[in-house]
Design a binder for this molecule. Structure first.
Ligand code: NDP
Ligand code: MG
Length: 382
């Protein structure tokens, strides 16, 4: 029985991991979750799974948790990170949303355990530091993001990228597929949150609407697979059936296909190369139409920033991520328009020379600086 701890257990990825556990109760057990402050959901999870460990980041919310007899309420980060090293845990799922996930993802990387990585922002800001921490501690990092899990499935079992010629990361195009940026000036929050193919948390839903999600995924892929950005191409595939494609040097292209359902990559990531069973909606190949088109020209500028950030392997990626998070947060609070998200990223990115990043402390410092600049940019816009 493998014991799973979910960082961000009350979120959309958390829910999908719990569903895969439900379908495989003979193989997996929920040992604990962390959350920010959603005590209702935490309470439901305690009631259903009776996990041993609960960590709620918000101290006031934490006090309101009604625990069961064997539940241990963890009081701080350090206590949580110590538990990662114990025999109580076999698998850690990193599914906190945004920059907030970096500290626990790095702590998980130090544990020598298997990590299912959903929190792409921690790869974007942590890049080499995270990958180095995984290597040094003999941890295993398996991607859960559907495109990266698809690439993982299309590579040989060793993970070798030796004969790879190109990797195509597919993008649905989001709720504004087919529209130019100039048509998006007045889109509302609900329009932007309404993804046609996936049901996800708010932050990633907005990232999917701006297509900034693909920029983050491009950076994520470079670090996860140890490849230069020039190997990756972004292509629009509105049906979200092919989750990514690996082209080899002999001309063969291998892809992974499924209906859009995060339980599929999660089941793969949990499987240790032995396929699990989950209830899934099979593809109907008698009625399947797949289409592909170029990434929209008017979003290329933002993709170029992501390419530059990962090429230079410096603090630019932290600036990119922070500017996006601040802009998305302000859009969701109705303080800036949808298109101003791009403006905040572009203007924050342009502000200074960037430095190399060597530690978690530096990542936090640079993130703070970038957030201050992004907030000043927003003040100047409003
Ligand atoms: P959600 O917003 O649905 O969930 C976020 C989770 O993180 C919640 O459990 C939340 O707790 C928790 N959380 C937030 N801040 C903290 C904190 N400071 N300490 C502890 N827990 C915290 O996000 P998603 O599940 O959609 O996304 C999670 C990550 O996975 C993101 O990085 C996203 O990009 C990535 N991802 C998601 C996909 C999806 O289908 N949803 C697909 C591919 C990648 P609370 O509920 O209490 O607020
Ligand atoms: Mg994805």
């Amino acid at each position: 029985m493998k014991k799973i701890f979910i960082l961000g257990g009350t979120g959309s990825i958390g829910e999908n991991v719990l569903s895969v556990i439900d379908s495989n109760v003979d193989k997996f057990e929920l040992i604990g979750i962390s959350a920010k402050d959603n005590t209702n959901k935490v309470q439901e999870i305690i009631h259903k799974y009776n996990p041993k460990y609960i960590y709620v980041d918000n101290a006031t919310a934490r006090k309101n948790i009604q625990k069961q007899e064997n539940t241990k309420i963890i009081e701080d980060d350090e206590e949580l990170f110590d538990i990662f090293h114990s025999n109580d845990i076999d698998i850690i799922v990193s599914a906190i949303s945004g920059f907030s996930g970096i500290r626990s993802t790095i702590a998980a990387a130090k544990s020598g355990k298997k990590i299912l990585l959903a929190n792409k922002e921690s790869v974007v800001v942590g890049g080499s530091l995270l990958m180095e921490t995984v290597r040094k501690n003999n941890s295993e990092l398996i991607p859960v993001d559907s495109e990266h899990n698809a690439i993982f499935q299309c590579l040989p079992e060793t993970g070798s990228t030796k004969n790879v010629n190109k990797i195509i990361i597919t993008a649905s195009g989001g709720p504004f597929y087919g529209k130019n940026i100039s048509e998006l000036n007045n889109v509302g929050i609900q329009d932007a949150l309404s993804h046609p193919n996936w049901k996800m948390g708010k932050k990633i839903s907005i990232d999917s609407a701006t297509l900034v999600n693909k920029c983050l995924e491009l950076i994520e892929a470079c670090y996860l697979f140890g490849m230069k950005e020039s190997f990756f191409e972004l292509v629009i595939h509105p049906e979200s059936i092919i989750h990514s494609i690996v082209t080899y040097s002999d001309g063969s292209s291998i892809c992974q296909m499924s209906n859009p359902d995060m339980r599929v990559p999660i089941a793969n990531a949990l499987s240790d190369n032995d396929r699990l069973s989950i209830p899934f909606n099979p593809l109907d190949f008698n009625n399947l139409k797949l289409s592909f088109e170029s990434f929209p020209n008017d979003r290329i500028e933002i993709v170029q920033l992501a390419r530059e950030a990962v090429r230079e392997e410096n603090s630019k990626a932290i600036f990119f991520n922070a500017a996006n998070e601040v802009a998305v947060d302000n859009f969701l609070k109705n303080k800036i328009s949808f298109n101003q998200i791009y403006e905040v990223i572009l203007r924050t990115f342009d502000t200074k020379d960037m430095s190399k990043v060597n530690s978690l402390e530096e990542i936090f410092e640079i993130d703070k600086e970038a957030r201050n600049i992004s907030n000043m940019v927003i003040k100047s816009l409003t």
